[in-house]
Design a protein around this ligand. Structure first.
Ligand code: PMP
Length: 364
């Protein structure tokens, strides 16, 4: 599914259609022979993987008559990116939009939402999902009080995983097949996706991508990555460690299992737990070594892939030329420019070149 040719009607047509990019530098540093590949969702129109579900949930609700232009108000609880995707669609289609999201989520996301015309309500990060104060609870209270308002509900809406089953997964397959049949690539390829690694928030990405990839290759190994402190990994014993109970990485992990997440085999083969201490350095590696301007949850996904490929179970894949390992990178650095994990690493540091520049400028 390449980007439509010619002139696009609006930004909504530039949702998805994201490139699959080789992580050759990281693969080489790690000593891998397999192809390490990244699905770069920050290159979607709204800057994240959630644009796809926002577009689909909204358009399907219009088709079914649940949403009526000029009448309905859209309300959604999100960690920000679904909100930005919805705000993009609502700005173009003219729907008023209210976004509820936990305090933890970055100011950059709030600014983008407001720039797109959304009303933003921030809620306490520590509120349990089923309390009236949580972002989900506040969205429901507003829906009950505002006439003609609709919650599309990414946590239970089948159009969330379906968007990924119908677009994200098939785009990955198309890219692998195009590379396999081009004969011009200097890389060997199995012609299949052998391993896919993704984090889960609602779980829509993992569930939908897994469904389409497994239909194509029943042997694909699907790996879910979950922050330490979240309860999404399966079996539940994996979630028992209480260290890092509050994690800073945004958009993944929850204190309940959303309805749209199918976290067991054959949808997800294996779960890995990744802490902030592994996620943020891995995100910075994607930025510095591969020049991919990603956010924190992309680091979680990469750290999960590296952990698997270095494990007893995964190392035969890492050492097999032509095996294709795809890592989903959900959003971009735009959302996190002021966050300590990025700012700390972006300080001016003294290098041989910077010393030389100083010397030259002092002399001249
Ligand atoms: N990363 C980020 C930054 C996100 O905003 C989200 C969505 N909450 C995800 C990953 C996970 O996507 P999904 O909801 O499809 O599991």
């Amino acid at each position: 599914m390449p980007l439509p040719e010619g002139i696009l009607d609006s930004a909504l047509d530039a949702v998805g259609h994201t490139p699959l990019i080789r992580l050759d530098r990281i693969a080489s540093v790690e000593g891998f022979k397999c192809n390490l590949l990244a699905k770069t969702e920050f290159l979607s129109a709204g800057g994240s993987i959630k644009d796809r579900i926002a577009k689909r949930m909204l358009e399907e609700a219009e088709k079914s008559g649940r949403l009526i232009p000029g009448v309905s108000t859209v309300i959604e609880a999100t960690s920000g990116n679904t909100g930005i995707g919805l705000a993009l669609a609502c700005a173009l289609k003219g729907y008023p939009l209210i976004i509820t999201l936990p305090m933890k989520m970055s100011n950059e996301k709030i600014a983008t939402l407001r720039a797109l015309g959304a009303e933003v309500v921030r809620t306490p990060t520590e509120a349990a999902f089923d309390s009236p104060e949580s972002h989900i609870g506040v969205a429901k209270r507003l829906r009950d009080a505002i006439p003609n308002s609709v919650i599309l509900d990414q946590y239970s809406n089948p159009d969330n995983p379906l968007a990924h089953e119908l677009t994200t997964g098939p785009e990955i397959i198309d890219a692998i097949l195009a590379d396999f049949s081009s004969h011009s690539s200097s890389h060997k390829s199995s012609g299949l996706v052998d391993v896919v690694v993704a984090g889960a928030g609602t779980g829509g990405t993992l569930t939908g991508v897994s469904r389409s990839l497994r239909r194509w290759n029943s042997e694909v190994i699907v790996i879910g990555v979950d922050p330490k402190g979240s309860v999404l990994a399966y079996p539940d014993a994996l979630n028992e460690s209480k260290d890092d109970a509050i994690y800073q990485v945004e958009g993944i992990g929850y204190d309940f299992v959303p309805k749209v997440l199918d976290r067991m085999p054959p949808t997800v083969d294996k779960w890995l737990k990744i802490g902030d201490d592994e996620a943020f350095p891995a995100a910075l590696r994607l930025i510095k070594e591969e020049a991919l301007l990603v956010g924190g949850s992309s680091g979680t996904a990469l750290a999960g892939a590296l952990k698997y490929l270095h494990s007893e179970e995964g190392k035969h894949i890492a050492q097999t030329e032509g095996k294709n390992v795809v890592v989903l990178l959900p959003d971009g650095l735009r959302n996190y420019m002021s966050k300590p994990w990025f700012l700390g690493a972006a300080q001016e540091t003294e290098t041989p070149l910077s010393k030389n520049i100083k010397k030259i400028l002092e002399r001249s």
